[in-house]
Ligand binder design. Structure first.
Ligand code: HEM
Length: 418
């Protein structure tokens, strides 16, 4: 695909006015806005009101969109893959057609049968032994970041620590240069974080990254197979698949694997450390009893779940009395489901020793997160290493903390002192 073809294809498709100013929300049941600044920072109260009044809210901002907030409803939708397709998973779509028709990112934007083989071929790359191999490397990286940024009594745990961990780990697993870290992080910011407000920027990113991976794939194919490094890029180009894998599929998967784990895990590590900075009793408890670490990590995942996905309604249908039309969007508010009091006792409270915690921060059903083992390992190693190396810490400036929201929610600036 040439530069100009790429540009024409994306700009022709980018015809929804996602950047319009829709004004403040007056009714959260019929006109919600997930990009509302207050909702981004404190969504729990809204979810509670919604659960009581209207468990599936609606809006026509940007496009017809439904927002279920109850755990069971979200689970039902996630498992009903015939009526609720993954071909449009962006919470705000820049395109008038499903994203999978313009820029497929399999397996996350695929339905069956493509989804089945597109996912299966990736499983070994993210299984327990692959993750175990990356554990000491992650620990070394965390120690380096702490030595570099936290040696003089202060630092920013989101910007100087959490932000760098997942991108450097996935770059190594995928087989792309670590020196391109800023480029990769820029792609994530330009699409998942700022793409809603700056559509042209997001289109540029899609074009740039397609050319980038096309170059990397070509280099790999030119190598003799015995010279190819043992990494995910090689696994992809050598894959023996049920259907022939198109270049479009291959490049979309490369992009997905690179960005799926970056700001998600960056957010999860950042909010875990934000929690510990703002809840000294939990910080002290974890320092005194590190055996609580696994349950604490699960609880941080539940309470501060970063990821909201979307589904595309494939036919006119009804769900919980809501008249859905073909082409409507449904927001898979997994974070809201994780605060449902019908599923979790004291759902809005953080209990780092919570025993029963069947959260779905990683989703549910056939698209459940493929990188969950990796994400859990990165979170655990990051928080453990931080507590080992940095003495008791607290926020340096509460007003300086910032959060990003939408598809992925998490803190982006968390200055601490110790
Ligand atoms: C704390 C960090 C993470 C969270 C909260 C998270 C969350 C999620 C969620 C909710 C889904 C389901 C999507 C859906 O239902 O449409 C998902 C899918 C996926 N995630 Fe993650 N993720 C995280 C880290 C990672 C990492 C590190 C990777 C590594 C590459 C990754 C790769 C993927 C992939 C490939 C899928 C698509 C699976 C499929 O469609 O079959 N994620 N993730």
């Amino acid at each position: 695909m040439t530069d100009s073809m790429q540009e024409t294809q994306f700009s022709a498709a980018a015809n929804r006015d996602v950047e319009a100013d829709y004004g403040p929300v007056t009714d959260w049941s019929t006109d919600f806005d997930i990009l509302d600044p207050e909702y981004v920072v404190r969504p729990e109260q809204r979810w509670a009101e919604q659960r009581a009044e209207c468990p599936v809210a609606f809006t026509e901002r940007r496009q017809r969109t439904w927002l279920p907030v109850k755990y069971d409803d979200l689970s039902d939708i996630a498992h009903d893959v015939d009526r609720f397709s993954s071909r449009d998973i962006a919470v705000v779509s820049p395109f008038d057609v499903p994203i999978n028709d313009i820029f497929p990112v399999p397996p996350i934007s695929s339905d069956k049968p493509t989804h089945t083989w597109a996912r299966r071929l990736l499983l070994p790359a993210f299984g327990p032994s692959a993750v175990e191999k990356m554990t000491p490397i992650t620990r070394g990286l965390c120690e380096e970041l702490i030595a570099e940024h936290f040696s003089d009594g202060h630092g920013d745990v989101a910007a100087d620590f959490a932000r760098h961990i997942p991108v450097r780990i996935i770059a190594q697993m995928l087989g792309v240069p670590l020196s391109d870290e800023e480029k990769f992080t820029g792609w994530v910011v330009g699409t998942l974080q700022e793409g809603f407000q700056n559509l042209d920027g997001a289109m540029d990113v899609l074009g740039e990254m397609t050319m980038y991976f096309a170059g990397k794939v070509a280099e790999r194919r030119e190598m003799a197979s015995e010279d190819r490094p043992d990494d995910v890029l090689t696994l992809l180009i050598e894959a023996d698949t049920d259907e022939p894998m198109s270049d479009e599929h291959l490049l979309g998967t490369c992009f997905l694997l690179l960005i799926a784990g970056i700001d998600t895990t960056w957010s999860a590590i950042g909010s875990s450390l934000w929690h510990l900075a703002t809840h000294p009793e939990d910080q002290q408890r974890l320092r005194d009893d590190p055996s609580l670490m696994p349950s604490a990590i699960e609880e941080f995942l539940r309470v501060y779940s970063p990821v909201t996905m979307a589904r595309y309604v494939t036919e006119d249908t009804e769900f919980k009395g809501c008249p859905m039309q073909e082409g409507d969007k449904i927001l898979m508010a997994f974070p809201a489901g994780n605060h449902d009091p019908d599923m979790f006792e004291d759902a809005d409270q953080v209990l780092i020793d919570r025993k029963k915690n069947r959260h779905f921060a990683f989703g549910s059903g056939i698209h459940r997160c493929l990188g969950s083992n990796l994400a859990r390992m990165e979170m655990q190693v990051a928080v453990e290493t931080f507590l080992e190396k940095v003495p008791t810490f607290e926020l340096a400036d509460e007003d300086a903390v910032t959060w990003t929201g939408g598809q992925v929610r998490g803190p982006r600036c968390v200055p601490i002192k110790f």
